[in-house]
Design a protein around this ligand. Structure first.
Ligand SMILES: *Cc1c(COP(=O)(O)O)cnc(C)c1O
Length: 370
């Protein structure tokens, strides 16, 4: 049997007729930039994410960058984020001219360790970017409390967390805003790049929309210089079709995660499950010893796996200039060689899910933790 890590071809088979029809309609009506599909998707995605407003942008990295810019973040400021993320999070901070301040991750959730945030907040801090890593919401209660006490904004990196909730509330409803990516492999993915910012703050949304569209409200009436970062009509049309299926696909991911955890608990370290936290399992990340051998053995058996992420952000060459040492981020450092992402997506069959468990158990027998 073969199990792909992400299987967008299988997903397309489920939605082919609808997708082909809307793509043809975008082309027939020349609704390429702006237009009915973008407007309709923004309206529906705001509602889905639990917010009043949604601004479609070109990609998830831009979503974070534009959100920070619209909050007035720039040179001389500091923005705090998690050491364990994809580089897009910290790139967006640097793009504004602000300084990136990393915080180590929690031992059990792999999200930003909220007990270590206070220690790095200075008078220059303007925002915190919690990353809802692997689809699991960060500890938002604690983060919002720290942020409001210190007068800093909360910009959520929700690129892996479409549909996630805390305490029964969609994450788009909390903080200053939530930033999404529609990169093809995300829980809600376009057929190219795309992103969005959702917020309940109308003024912020209006400013962000102008910033993303050359600083204009009307065609040639530019209030300031912005950038060109728009969600295009073809992507919005595809996303609109997929949005109708997202809850179903997320539910399927959660069922697969439940099965993995039931079968693998005690064999590997499975993701922690907390009351009141709705994880949408963008990734199912297990902790193992002998990761290289186990991933190799799984590959032999036809199962693709991933590593998210092999090098914590502070240790990348890109951030050498910050002069961080392993002991500054002990948890991220300790786990960087142990985290292994198993295949999980909405189109996996029961047979595939069971096969992954059998293959992993076999690999662990061959390479036991000692
Ligand atoms: C995918 C991702 C992004 C960036 O999204 P793009 O659309 O690829 O720019 C940002 N943060 C995290 C955590 C991501 O996984």
């Amino acid at each position: 049997m073969k199990v792909e890590f992400v299987d967008l071809a299988a997903q397309y088979k489920e939605i082919r007729e609808e997708v082909d029809a809307v793509i043809a309609d975008v082309i027939n009506t020349s609704a390429f930039i702006g237009g009915r599909y973008v407007k309709e998707f923004e309206r529906r995605f705001a509602e889905y994410a639990g917010a009043k407003f949604c601004v479609g942008v070109a990609n998830g990295t831009d979503a974070i960058y534009l959100a920070l810019r619209s909050l007035g973040v720039g040179a001389g400021d500091e923005v705090i984020t998690a050491a364990n993320s994809f580089i897009a999070t910290s790139e967006a901070i640097s793009q504004t001219g602000a300084k990136v301040v990393f915080v180590d991750c929690d031992k059990e959730t792999y999200n930003i360790d909220v007990s270590k945030i206070e220690a790095v907040i200075t008078g220059r801090a303007k925002a915190i970017i919690p990353v809802h890593l692997y689809g699991r919401p960060a500890d938002m209660g604690a983060i919002l409390k720290i942020a409001s006490a210190r007068g800093v904004a909360v910009v959520q990196d929700a690129a892996q967390a479409h549909g996630a909730e805390v305490g029964g509330v969609k994450i788009g409803a909390i903080g200053d805003c939530a930033c999404y990516s529609f990169y093809p492999g995300k829980n809600l993915g376009a057929y190219g790049d795309g992103g969005a910012v959702v917020t309940n703050d109308e003024k912020f949304a209006l400013h962000l929309r102008m910033l993303a569209n050359h600083g204009r409200k009307d065609k040639y009436d530019h209030e300031f210089e912005g950038v060109n970062s728009r969600l295009d009509g073809l992507q919005a049309a595809v996303l609109g079709v997929k949005l109708g299926r997202l809850d179903g696909w997320n539910e399927r991911r959660r069922k697969i995660a439940e099965y993995y955890t039931r079968e693998l608990d005690g064999v590997v370290v499975t993701p922690r499950v907390d009351e009141g936290v709705k994880n949408v399992y963008h990734l199912y990340v297990a902790r193992v010893e002998n990761r290289t051998q186990i991933a190799g053995e799984l590959k032999e058996r036809g199962v693709s796996t991933g590593v998210h992420y092999p090098i914590p952000l502070p240790f990348l060459n890109a951030y050498k200039y910050l002069g961080h040492r392993p002991e500054d981020f002990p948890v991220s450092h300790e786990y960087k060689d142990r985290l292994l992402s198993l295949p999980i997506h909405g189109s996996m069959t029961d047979g595939q899910v069971e096969y992954v468990v059998e293959a992993l158990k076999g690999a662990l027998k061959k390479f036991p933790a000692v």
